[in-house]
Design a protein. Sequence first.
Length: 93
Amino acid sequence: MILLVTYDLTTPNDTPDNYELIIGAIKSKFNNWCRIEQSVWLVDTGVNAVTARDILKPFMHASDVLFVAPLRGAWASWNFGDERNNWLKSRHF
């Protein structure tokens, strides 16, 4: 399952160290990932959105925002680059 993971760290938790904490969690907890934008990721995983959210919550503060949802069906991009497009093209969803 491909999950869309987005987050927004709120002040005063929007420091480089806090961003590195959530980025490190995504990279270590999900073996197959693609960073789409600054705070937007896709993960290819066997867990559902609720479980993925619960995996990432400990790496965030209570006032931060996290959204996880399955990505299904057709997608389109523009100026996305080969690396991200190829990652998406190699997935089945």
